[in-house]
Design a binder for this molecule. Structure first.
Ligand SMILES: C[S@@+](CC[C@H](N)C(=O)[O-])C[C@H]1O[C@@H](n2cnc3c(N)ncnc32)[C@H](O)[C@@H]1O
Length: 258
């Protein structure tokens, strides 16, 4: 199934993203200094909070379980970075974690922000124990892989996750029952990612949230700091538990909300 909320040719989304980025960057020198100081304070506060040992066990179990799931045909697709291959047709390590997480936590109702080629989408779908029960909704401003539209269990939504049409589609498709997993892997900056989290945690009531790239850049590190301070023991960087899941300079966050 497919739902298209893209604006042709995507110009509105690009312009509004650009404007938001510029607006986020314009601060007086005093405000910039204060923000940096707050970042440091939040990092210190977050660092003293130990994660729940059960969360560590959940990560270990997911990784172990993922090793037995066949992802041989699940690849990342076209690279959007310069070093390395142009197209990846084999799974990245975090795909095994996602598949194993879905299987070990018995997730069925999943919402993903940031489809790209659908590698993570397909990995999570493979993790669902009974494929006939899978309901994986994935949103991206792009539509790179038409096979997703024909894949049972997957609903592909095209558009900006923080736009009215996509938000309404998400609620209409997921209904009022809480979802199992929200996976956020989209704009990789402080405000858009926090907006993703605020909107979709409020509306879809996920049991777990996974956030990719939590230490990729300053914006994501700041995001992870505020999340860690507020979520305390319910937040963990999976790469601290099993380094093979994700590189240390990228990170993979997990929140256990209920
Ligand atoms: C790193 S890629 C996702 C990779 C994919 N999750 C995987 O692991 O195979 C990030 C994607 O997020 C999408 N994206 C960025 N901002 C978005 C937004 N506001 N709404 C929807 N998609 C967005 C980009 O178009 C891009 O395809």
């Amino acid at each position: 199934m497919i739902a298209d909320f893209s604006d042709s040719p995507g110009l509105m989304n690009s312009v509004s993203r650009l404007l938001r980025r510029v607006a986020n960057r314009i601060h007086t020198p005093a405000a910039t200094e204060k923000i940096l100081q707050l970042d440091g304070d939040l990092a210190d506060k977050g660092a003293v909070k130990a994660s729940n040992p059960s969360l560590t066990a959940i990560v270990e179990q997911a990784w172990a379980q993922g090793q037995s799931i066949d992802l041989s045909t699940v690849g990342y697709g076209p690279a959007h970075w310069n070093n390395g291959k142009k197209f990846y047709d084999t799974p990245f390590p975090y795909y095994f974690f996602l598949a194993g997480f879905v299987r070990s936590q018995n997730c069925k109702r999943i919402f993903e922000i940031g489809t790209h080629f659908g590698g993570s989408t397909n990995a999570m779908l493979r993790g669902v124990a009974d494929p006939s029960e899978a309901h994986v909704v994935t949103v991206d401003v792009t539509d790179l892989n038409p096979t997703l539209h024909q894949t049972p269990g997957i609903v592909k939504v095209i558009g900006d996750a923080n736009s009215e049409g996509v938000i309404k589609m998400a609620v209409a498709t997921m209904g009022d029952a809480p979802i199992d997993l929200l996976y956020v892997d989209a704009a990789h900056d402080f405000v858009p990612t926090l907006v993703n989290l605020g909107l979709y945690i409020l509306l879809l009531k996920p049991r777990f949230v996974v956030i990719d790239d939590i230490v990729l850049n300053d914006g994501m590190r700041s995001l992870w700091n505020v999340v860690r301070v507020t979520q305390g023991a319910s937040a963990i960087n999976c790469a601290d538990v099993v380094p093979a899941i994700r590189e240390p300079n990228v990170g993979f966050g997990l929140l256990w909300l209920r």
